[in-house]
Design a protein around this ligand. Structure first.
Ligand code: SAH
Ligand code: SF4
Length: 382
């Protein structure tokens, strides 16, 4: 079964069009709608003949994503979208808008940004103890097309989602940081990344893949000829604590993870960011910060000698039913300063969408409990 029109390649589109008795140029038009205009819905492909549109809509009636729920937060600058997949599961995508000069990551520059955070799996098998998705368990892999279609759907919705004229009018960045572990679904992850680059025209540097630390995945990323950004979710600087937070650490402990990152940097000369979700009283002490800094400080970009890593601190976004809490502002500041004291570049990620449960997996969890109105959220459509 085709799950998404984005799972069809150029040859398959040609065959489809030929089957319908249409001339080959219709396949190029169809591809232009899908990639150039990011329109996954055949009924809206207005310059295709009505008969072809109807045929495609009928043939792929069970395919594609359906918007099931939309919540806006941060005054319309953050949007959470829950998409129903063919077969019944659901995944979430989050759109984060930033005005000119409003980015929260190093090197963001002055231009306005629209970043979409997408999912690669329904659920996740990695079982991180603080993560709503991990606690939900794994349901199924997404196809490459289902990953790409999230970007297409958010792109076409962007004009109506923008809170005002100072918000960007097109997507500028894609991060694989939604539900699931991208490197546990490498075919879909890389297939989608290539399509976003070649088809949607996003530069590789506008794409970031975040991994919990699957070493074979990092090694593959080092050889993949698409120079996307790599983010590694580390969350602890010693194996004892990381084993508890991130169970996969038992397979690839910190030393092995850092060896893979070092080889990645040597092969690609690209910097790697490390994500660290700060949880009160668990991993937010200055001794952990110092330890983290000392682990990462020796990693340098060959040739330039500059630091090869950057730490992104994410104050934990509490999830009902999961026993971890946000750190105090003072703890975040002290942690950041202790990392900075080791020389490793560090920044604190602005906490987006707290009122709409916008952290990984939280929307689906709350959608599973009818009647619960998330604090501070605006329910836009259901
Ligand atoms: N599986 C990949 C990508 C998805 S998770 C990974 O783990 O890297 C995206 C990021 O959100 C990870 O860094 C994850 O640890 C973090 N995260 C998950 N739940 C969170 C929460 N409640 N608050 C803050 N960050 C969270
Ligand atoms: Fe999976 Fe990432 Fe959540 Fe861990 S943090 S359970 S790897 S989605």
């Amino acid at each position: 079964m085709t799950r998404s029109l984005y799972d069809l390649d150029a040859g398959q589109l040609e065959a489809l069009v030929a089957e319908a008795g249409e001339p080959p140029y219709r396949a190029r038009q169809l591809a232009h709608w899908l990639d150039g205009r990011r329109q996954p819905d055949p009924r809206r492909m207005s310059d295709l003949p009505g008969s072809l549109r109807a045929r495609l809509a009928d043939r792929f009636a069970g395919a594609g994503l359906t918007l099931e729920r939309h919540q806006a937060g941060d005054g319309g600058w953050t949007h959470k979208l829950l998409f129903r997949l063919p077969g019944g599961d659901a995944v979430e995508s989050v759109l984060m808008l930033y005005p000119v000069g409003g980015g929260d990551r190093e090197g963001d520059g002055p231009r306005a940004r629209a970043t979409v955070c997408i999912s690669t799996q329904a659920g996740c098998a990695m079982g991180c103890t603080f993560c709503a998705t991990g606690q939900f368990g794994f349901t199924r892999q997404l196809s490459a097309g289902e990953v790409v279609e999230q970007v297409a759907r958010v792109s076409t919705m962007l004009p109506e989602l923008r809170p005002g004229p100072d918000a960007p009018d097109h997507l500028t960045n894609v991060v694989f940081m939604g539900m699931g572990e991208p490197f546990a679904n490498p075919a879909a992850t890389w297939g989608a990344a290539w399509r976003l680059h070649r088809g949607f025209g996003l530069s590789a540097r506008a794409i970031t893949i975040s991994t919990v630390g699957l070493v074979p995945g990092i090694r593959r990323a080092a050889t993949e000829p698409l120079p996307v950004n790599l983010a590694v979710s580390i969350h602890a600087a010693d194996d004892g604590l990381r084993d508890r937070l991130v169970p996969v650490n038992r397979s690839w402990p910190i030393a092995e993870l850092l060896a893979a990152v070092r080889d990645y940097v040597t092969a690609t000369r690209r910097r790697v960011s490390f994500e660290y979700a700060l949880m009160a009283g668990v991993n937010d002490g200055v001794e952990q910060a110092d330890r983290l800094g000392r682990l990462l400080a020796p990693l340098r970009v060959p040739g330039s000698g500059g630091h090869a890593t950057h730490v992104n601190l994410i104050p934990y976004n509490p999830t009902p039913g999961i026993g971890f809490a946000s750190p105090s502002k003072g703890a975040v500041r002290r942690f950041r300063d202790a990392v900075a004291a080791t020389g490793v570049p560090v920044s604190v990620r602005a906490n987006r969408g707290v009122g709409i449960d916008a952290a990984c997996g939280q929307l689906r969890t709350s959608a599973g409990r009818p009647g619960r109105a998330p604090h501070g959220a605006t329910e836009v459509r259901q």
